[in-house]
Design a protein. Sequence first.
Length: 658
Amino acid sequence: MRYHIGDLDHQKLRDLYTGMLKPRMIEEKMLILLRQGKISKWFSGIGQEAISVGVTQALKKEEYILPMHRNLGVFTSRNIPLHRLFAQWQGKQSGFTQGRDRSFHFGTQEYRIVGMISHLGPQLGVADGIALADLLGRKKRVTAVFTGEGATSEGDFHEALNIASVWSLPVLFCIENNGYGLSTPTNEQYNCENLADRAKGYGMESRIIDGNNILEVYTKVDELCKAMRKRPRPMLLEFKTFRMRGHEEASGTKYVPEKLMSKWAKQDPIANYEAFLLEEGVISQEEIDNIKAEISEEINENLKMAFDEPPVSFNETKELKEVYQEFDYQHIEPKENSENIRFVDAISQGLEQSMFRHNELIIMGQDIADYGGVFKITEGFTAKFGKSRVRNTPICESGIVSTAMGLSINGMKSVVEMQFADFVSSGFNPIVNYLAKVHYRWNEKADVVIRMPCGGGLGAGPFHSQTNEAWFTKTPGLKVVYPAFPADAKGLLNTAINDPNPVLFFEHKGLYRSIYGDVPKDYYTLPFGKANLLRKGASISIVTYGAGVHWASEVLEKHPNIEADLVDLRTLQPLDMDTVYTSVKKTGKLIILQEDTLFGGIASDISAMVMEECFRYLDAPIKRVGSLETPVPFAKELEENYLPKQRFESALLNLYAY
Ligand SMILES: Cc1ncc(C[n+]2csc(CCOP(=O)(O)OP(=O)(O)O)c2C)c(N)n1
Ligand SMILES: [Mg+2]
């Protein structure tokens, strides 16, 4: 291995050595503990330390870094107290997730580290968002993100690189090519010579770096970071290295040819560098021994602290509470001066007034800039807020939701417009795994609103008509809003944007231009978790939301003799069950109407909860009405019969007569 000192002084040369030694010695200790059954899983980065340490030391401490599962050297280079790391691995309170997540699955704002989720790929888009926030804030900072070569096969990798290139984001994409993804060798993973070559296809620069040579890693990354801070742009780095141990310790390395192993063993980043430093007289054997003794003592002391800490205790209230970031709702009363506008205008107005109110808010979506979005909700916005805050995105929902997550981590708010709610399936993973879980895991907020133009009745077929709220009401950590009237839509959207938690905001397309209402002109907010009792009647309770509210109202107009409570839920998470219980206790009969197919929808849960809470008040079985258990059909005749409106009318009459 050839080392070029360049203009690095002795202190720096020694820092790089100590920097690599620490994670190596921690790992060696962990392997012993693993054999003694004192810790569980371990993902080893032995042999790859030069990458984590070289990259982290080249960054400034205020610059974010997003490591993966083999990057212990990132954490140690940011000087995290070791007892906290050990406590994290043991699931203890003084770790970073209070026992809620394992190993390196955590982040810490204090050390500007954003840890991975198991799904690997979303990490890359999160780096885009962090870098975008820095870019918009003119901070002249670089964000570094790691991936293994295996995870470069994920769509998220391609989406993140493309976004970074199109938006000139200063992201250092670091591929650690260690020869294997679990048991899969590189030739079964991709079919090009160097992964760095892919950069050309995204219109970005790249470098191939010897990942086992600490001086090469540090000097090249340092030079590139300086250039990227000056002229923001992404960079793809392929570090050639090798995974010297099993994917995780227990799985072994049987499938790795011995020749390959011994070839790479000779290129150990620490042994070679140590020999070089000794030869150059930069360090003496005595100094090395002292450094090792110091690190060893630090490890042992900190391990003792972690082992001495008692296991975490369970407190149900606390567990449930910390799924969400606390939100101090500020009620801003609607003023008198209203105008009669459409549902679509009310959303546009809420969005516009929120943009004026929050300088840190940006909107992202397909065709939303000058074109104004397919439903024209952001028409005219670029003239008012500029294209840096109203951003057209490439077609890559997963990458953009991850970017929104990164913006939030770096202090911004965002609204992401799904062109149609159906397309959220392409961004599903970061929503349910990253945004939803991040507060519970490491106390970080996901200040993101995802706007969801949804619903049927427009002859738009199976891929432009779904109302998929049940995909999200199922997942703890998300809030789900589903207004039925223009004034509610505006006030609830404003609240969604103020709320630091991730909110799925459903907007029924069928209501956009058909429903008018008086909407206060000025900015105002409405609280989540408060249903609206639209009509009062003593004999039956109708609970619904979205388009269902209008269908139920029409049916009630047709049958003025039916004395019904009509409850518009308005938000599904949080869900106002008190209003439902109060109504059912009064009427003794409940019918729940949802537009979604019936099975597994929210109507079923409401029914179950009412059964548990109000059984002795019920005079009849609870009735649920929803769409047919088929995809949403296109032809008018089929769709009319798919949707539950007609079935609702007969079900209501039946239950009323029960
Ligand atoms: C979406 C997803 N699919 C599969 C896995 C299981 N898995 C975890 S790590 C891994 C291999 C990753 O290989 P690579 O990206 O090369 O990283 P390395 O472990 O070599 O550092 C696999 C298959 C996962 N965590 N997430
Ligand atoms: Mg790999």
